[in-house]
Ligand binder design. Structure first.
Ligand SMILES: Nc1ncnc2c1ncn2[C@@H]1O[C@H](COP(=O)(O)OP(=O)(O)OP(=O)(O)O)[C@@H](O)[C@H]1O
Length: 214
């Protein structure tokens, strides 16, 4: 397998003794694995297991690899997953630039260098010059782009996406999908996409797994 693919090796997650998810799958760098299923079927739970923040109510087994690195026992902060949720979840008390700089790994030193990286990331999502803006002054689509820039700045090994397009209108949704998937391809990042929307799955173009199908 190429270097930074995501491998789910016999991952099984149960709640109260009942299996919700059972999956073995490889996601190549730049490819998308779409997870679909009815509400409550365990889609976000699978994402949480991969990300390292599965709530204690669940019982889980199976291994998660990023390339050759096994993530299963690592804390969330050491898994290097870039995560996007339905809400962009920007810190309201920080500028857009502050939100981005916050995500840059500490190994990157120097205020000016960090600010420059943040500005480049903003340019990369079509928001050049917006670092000084207050997040509350941005549109929903702009906030979604900032959240994407922030995820990419964290030097992720993968992207975990939990319904990230569902609050955008149809036009923005299409643009944002294209932007996210092209960034994943450019960065050779494997993507796990949780969605209810068949059009998201189609745009993602990769494999689809359906869990808890009624
Ligand atoms: N922290 C928790 N403790 C106990 N049960 C939980 C917890 N979080 C979720 N659940 C339950 O686990 C099951 C799977 O939830 P999950 O959020 O993964 O579903 P989902 O497929 O993502 O649903 P949706 O499409 O509505 O977001 C549901 O029955 C839910 O009620």
């Amino acid at each position: 397998m190429a270097e930074n693919g995501l491998f789910l090796d016999d991952v099984t997650i149960a709640l109260n003794g009942q299996t919700l998810v059972s999956v073995t799958h490889r996601v190549a760098p730049g490819d998308v694995l779409t997870v679909m299923g009815p509400s409550g079927s365990g889609k976000s739970t699978l994402l949480a297991y991969i990300g390292g923040f599965l709530p204690p109510a669940f019982e889980a087994s199976g291994r998660v690899f990023s390339g050759d690195i096994e993530l299963t026992a690592l804390p969330a902060e050491d898994r290097h997953a870039g995560i996007l949720f339905q809400d962009p979840l920007l810190f309201p008390h920080m500028s857009v630039g502050g939100n981005l700089v916050f995500a840059i790994p500490e190994a990157v030193k120097g205020k000016a260098a960090r600010a420059a990286l943040a500005e480049t990331a903003l340019e990369g999502v079509g928001l050049a010059g917006m670092a000084g803006r207050d997040p509350d002054t941005l549109s929903g689509g702009q906030k979604a782009r900032v959240a994407l820039a922030r995820a990419l700045l964290s030097s992720p090994r993968m992207l975990l996406l939990d319904e990230p397009f569902s609050k955008l209108d149809a036009n923005l949704r299409g643009q944002m999908r294209e932007l996210v998937f092209s960034k994943a391809r450019d960065g050779s990042l494997p993507v796990l996409l949780v969605t209810h929307d068949e059009a998201d799955a189609q745009a993602a173009g990769g494999a689809v797994i359906r869990i808890g199908a009624a």
